[in-house]
Design a protein around this ligand. Sequence first.
Ligand code: ATP
Length: 435
Amino acid sequence: MVEMETIVSLCKRRGFIFPSSEIYGGFNSCWDYGPLGVELKNNVKRAWWKAVVQMRDDMVGLDGSILMHPKVWEASGHVANFSDPMVDCRACKLRFRADQVDPNEKCVETKGPHDLTESRQFNMMFRTHVGPVEDGAAVAYLRPETAQAIFVNFSNVQNTMRKKLPFGVAQIGKAFRNEITPGNFTFRTREFEQMEIEFFVKPGTDDEWHQQWIDARRQWYLDLGMKKENLQLREHEQDELAHYARRCVDIEYSFPIGWSELEGIANRTDFDLKQHTEFSGKDLTWFDPETNEHVMPCVIEPSAGADRATLAFLVDAYDEEVVRDRQRVVLRLHKDLAPNKVAVLPLLRNRPEIVDLARKIAGDLRPSMACMYDDTASIGKLYRRQDEIGTLYCVTVDVDSLTDHAVTIRERDSMEQVRVPVEAVVRTLKEKILG
Ligand code: ATP
């Protein structure tokens, strides 16, 4: 298993993820996605959207605002319940989650155990003020989950899209939690992106739909190349369940920090729509034309993190091997996830005819796939660099290309090389990558 440090270092070195505000010393476990990171994360989000919205007849999308009416968070229970029990060390002033204090850790002040306070509840929502006056009436929260925008839009979506139960709404967006112990790279941060589904079903069919979503979501990671042995399902114990949940199953990944949650799939019953009906005074039931009755839908919620999924795909794809006495690092990312599909490399950068041909091939590929042109090192180094960022194919233009009008296509995983006529490059690669 690769160390987290190795992944962090690769991400920094190759332009996937940088510490936020680095020139000021970084900021509080915040991270910025660099040129390759943004492509990778976009590909993760695109693959999710395709699987859960585009490929299904029973799903639609939504993009809700981050700031919402403060009543939303009262109705959802976040104002009252979204908190962790916290303890402070009186000596070193550090704050810990009560369930996460390491009894062996020494306090830097007392050099002995921490001098801990009683635990207190600490609300994890970021508060802000909306408008020019910073008084209590103007308090708003940065959303701690994307889900609530879906619940409050239930009727809007249902009416405008003329949906019948069962149907679901998917959303991708930023969420904010004032986590006490952020860390482990992008695994736990205070600003992160969620990919959430609320799937509304008739009461009585919820258990069956819950199981279907558990299976579908696990399969999504496998379809994108994640190794089976690195995924497991974990059933929540009864005493661990949130007050609204009937059953919850986590999809866990074997991260370098151990098995940890990648996605949670909960049966939230009819709790959310009932709460919002009560707090807003609006009827959020669904009229069943078959029985002529109003029903309060139950909700299945597969809730994934875009950053955690991206990190898991990176860890899963990382590989080191020795080829002809030289070590190579290769990111064996699935073709749909690789940030660059192709790199076009001229063998000699001081031969204008070679450079021109290479640039032309790159230009021809760009409308169909993410393609990079690179002539900044020797071919051996360029191949290694592309392997390290997971590029699927390298197209090399050499001296012979000028006479035989053919180029070499090298595949990332097998390193096999084939000679292909220049005019067949786009078609060949489209077949391999998109076909
Ligand atoms: P955890 O137990 O790890 O704190 P959670 O159970 O509170 O997570 P949920 O509320 O179920 O998480 O959120 C759904 C998903 O959002 C998680 O499975 C995870 O992928 C992602 N997520 C939650 N909190 C964070 C965070 N602080 N940083 C990055 N991703 C997060």
